[in-house]
Design a protein around this ligand. Structure first.
Ligand SMILES: Cc1cc2nc3c(=O)[nH]c(=O)nc-3n(C[C@H](O)[C@H](O)[C@H](O)COP(=O)(O)OP(=O)(O)OC[C@H]3O[C@@H](n4cnc5c(N)ncnc54)[C@H](O)[C@@H]3O)c2cc1C
Length: 439
């Protein structure tokens, strides 16, 4: 299925899920008679509640369901649908006040009946969710604290909305509609249970052990994990996993990292991790033998999704070289003879993680390496500055439309390179990106 068809399919499914309960409401016996705008506003409330449920569903990491498009894309959809959700719930709250000015005071929590207080508290939770997520970096909210608050606010928003809806009860009085909402409520509870209880519990049964922690150039470390008492999992080179080291999988202290090794029998995994913040700065001090848990694989950033390419062009900035190394290792292991290119953008030569590894892989593959350095050494004869149109033009093959392109690095770099590639004549459908910034 092409991208447009896939998009249309998911949009239709989303609308069916959001509007489905409305259809049941219309078909079921209704209390009737409050006028179109009133009914419309109540409909928005029901649609908003279903949208809240879908927000949970989208982040529940159902591997099989998210496999075709990659879970990172699903997280982006979750982010943008949140704005639509707030709009729908605001419409539900504001339209009745416009129709009937006497209701304006109904929005002030604790001054009105508790079902109305529950409704406005739910809306406040939603607004807090959106503001704290969109402005997390600017408000300097630490990621871990944000994540716990995000879950708590999300659960509170849904629970309060349910209390509001059932206790106001005007449109939910019939047994059919009550059964529908009970089903939706139980499904939501099931998703939270799956995410926070069943999945961590399953991870507990498939532990890993840290067998090596080695320093890399560019303030990075490679951590090697081996499965204990199981065979690990199959993955496609370039995919990523959520890793918990030295903590319980129930602790919500997991971090996403690309798998830098190629798939191997025995389930051994390597992650190359750049020191950046609270957790990653402690990676160099992780003792060998430490317990770890790996939830994966996720993502669609893999050569195995594009097997029919004339060759691959990898464009990595900073630690974005990690998934590229996984793909190069896999190609070398398979004895691939197609021509490939690697553009590696870094500040300095002595800050290129996995530099020697990539050089060794180039000897086994038909791989042209183009290192682009912002601060090159004096005797540097390679490319300098940042990847630009001239650098791409000098190195991209003439039959560039037959290659597939994998771009990973800082978000501004990815966006700039995407534009440059399109300008250079590469079809958009052949450009694949991995953002190291889900939240
Ligand atoms: C799909 C994907 C693949 C990645 N692969 C790699 C890799 O191979 N090597 C590598 O060095 N880095 C990778 N990262 C980035 C890595 O996840 C973050 O650098 C790391 O989680 C930072 O955690 P911290 O506690 O050290 O930093 P903090 O200072 O706590 O956070 C720095 C920033 O990292 C992000 N972040 C922090 N914790 C998490 C988390 N649990 N989940 C998601 N984002 C978080 C937040 O945006 C935060 O603002 C990847 C990220 C993603 C989304």
């Amino acid at each position: 299925m092409n991208v447009v068809l896939q998009g249309a399919f998911w949009l239709a499914l989303y609308l069916a899920l959001v509007l489905g309960p409305l259809a049941v409401l219309i078909l079921a016996p209704s209390p009737g008679g409050a006028g179109f705008w009133w009914d419309f506003a109540m409909g928005m409330g029901f649609a908003g509640l279903v949208m809240m449920g879908i927000q949970f569903l989208l982040t529940a990491r159902f591997r099989r369901a998210t496999a075709p498009c990659g879970i990172d894309l699903v997280y982006y959809v979750h982010r943008y649908l949140a704005y639509a959700l707030v709009g729908v719930v605001l419409a539900h709250a504001v339209i009745p006040m416009v129709i009937n000015p006497a209701l304006r005071s109904a929005f002030v929590p604790f001054t009105v009946s508790w079902p109305m207080t529950a409704g406005s508290a739910s809306l406040l939770c939603l607004l807090a969710l959106v503001v704290s997520s969109a402005g997390r970096k600017r408000l300097r909210i630490p990621y871990e604290a944000w994540r716990v608050a995000h879950l708590a606010l999300g659960v509170a928003a849904v629970a309060l909305a349910f209390v509001h809806m059932i206790s106001v009860g005007h449109y939910t009085a019939t047994p059919v509609v009550r059964a529908l909402w009970l089903g939706i409520g139980l499904s939501l509870l099931g998703i939270v249970l799956w995410l926070r209880v069943i999945r961590p519990w399953r991870l507990l049964r498939t532990p890993y052990r840290v067998t090596e922690v080695r320093p890399e150039l560019g303030s990075s470390w490679t951590v090697v994990l081996e499965p204990v008492g199981h065979d690990g999992f199959a993955f496609e080179p370039g995919q990523f996993a959520w890793v918990t080291i030295g903590r319980s999988p129930f602790a919500m202290q997991e971090h996403p990292f690309s798998i830098a090794s190629a798939p191997a029998p025995g389930g051994r995994l390597e992650f190359t991790i750049k020191e950046l913040g609270d957790f990653t700065q402690t990676v160099g001090r992780i003792p060998v033998g430490e317990r770890a848990y790996v939830d994966g694989p996720y993502g669609a950033f893999s050569i195995d999704r594009q097997p029919d390419a004339a060759g691959y062009v990898f464009i990595g900035g900073g630690i974005g070289i990690a998934p590229m190394t996984s793909m190069l290792r896999a190609l070398a292991g398979r004895g691939d003879r197609r021509p490939h290119l690697l553009f590696a953008a870094h500040s300095r030569w002595d800050r290129v993680p996995l530099r020697d590894e990539v050089r060794a892989l180039a000897e086994q593959l038909d791989l042209k390496r183009i290192h682009v350095l912002e601060e090159p050494p004096e005797d540097w004869s390679g490319e300098r500055g940042r990847i630009d149109a001239d650098i791409l033009e000098r190195h991209l093959p003439d039959d560039r439309g037959n290659f597939h392109y994998f771009v990973c690095g800082p978000v501004p770099m990815i966006r700039a390179v995407e534009r440059l590639l399109v300008d250079a004549g590469v079809p958009r459908s052949r450009i694949h990106t991995e953002l190291f910034d889900l939240a």
